[in-house]
Design a protein around this ligand. Structure first.
Ligand code: ADX
Ligand code: SF4
Length: 221
């Protein structure tokens, strides 16, 4: 039932908003979407933002996916990274929220702009339950910031429903999920969580909860 709805949603987006693309960080939700798109041959391209600081486990999964699905990989602007690291050092994101956001801007937000240029819509794996800041999101909206439609087709899926799909279709997933990492970003900015902690508690764990977004999904979509 949910799968049927997801399939028809993706097919509708592909048809009405071509060229449509999926933003993938190879998290569990993105793996569900990649599987759906590949299984049914839906005309949606897949891209990822390789920040250069991803965990080895993510690269291993990405390599596995490369076997069956074409992935467009976007990298940060080399000069911008060189300038930032030259001025502030490689791990300056721990020093202040400003420096952390500047790093995310260079390594994620600007490459995202390039990835979305010329596209009719983008699709994400965002779920409402992931974070209090995602409580008021909607499944489909115009993304003013990037100038195209944005779809969050898994918005109402629960973590259990995601896992059920992954297991039912034997979809590969990031090895870190079995080591206490429900939410995975860059290696230096992600840690495992302990029982009872919020699922995003391991992202930018040294910061206040209110600051914890990287800028990819800032605007109310
Ligand atoms: S983040 O804003 O905190 O980094 P999160 O990890 O929850 O985002 O992922 C939410 C969605 O954002 C993913 O399902 C994916 O669609 C997109 N996304 C996040 N990181 C990347 C990335 N590195 N490359 C492409 N898409 C990404
Ligand atoms: Fe930089 Fe950390 Fe943001 Fe990755 S998550 S872009 S390493 S600050």
């Amino acid at each position: 039932m949910m799968e049927e709805k997801l399939r028809s949603t993706l097919e509708r987006i592909a048809k009405h908003h071509a060229p449509a693309c999926l933003a993938s960080s190879f998290g569990l939700e993105d793996m569900v979407l990649i599987d759906m798109i590949a299984r049914h041959g839906i005309a949606i391209s897949v891209f990822t933002l390789d920040t250069g600081r991803l965990p080895e486990e993510t690269y291993r999964l990405m390599q596995k996916v490369f076997g069956d699905t074409k992935i467009e990989v976007y990298f940060p602007n080399q000069d911008a990274v060189a300038e930032y690291v030259g001025e502030n050092g490689p791990n300056a994101f721990y020093d202040s929220v400003e420096l952390r956001k500047a790093c995310c801007r260079i390594r994620k937000v600007e490459p995202l702009r390039r990835a979305l240029a010329g596209k009719g819509a983008w699709i994400t794996g965002i779920r409402r339950q992931q974070s209090p800041t995602r409580g008021d999101l909607v499944e489909a909206a115009y993304d003013e910031e990037n100038g195209l439609h944005k779809f969050n087709p898994l918005l109402e899926w629960s973590e259990k429903e995601i896992w059920n799909y992954i297991r039912a279709h034997d979809v590969p997933y990031n090895a870190l999920h079995d080591k206490g990492y429900p939410s995975i970003g860059c290696a230096p900015c992600t840690r495992a969580i302990t029982k009872g902690e919020d699922i995003r508690a391991g992202r930018w764990w040294w910061e206040d909860t209110s600051a914890k977004e990287c800028g990819l999904h800032l605007k109310k979509a």
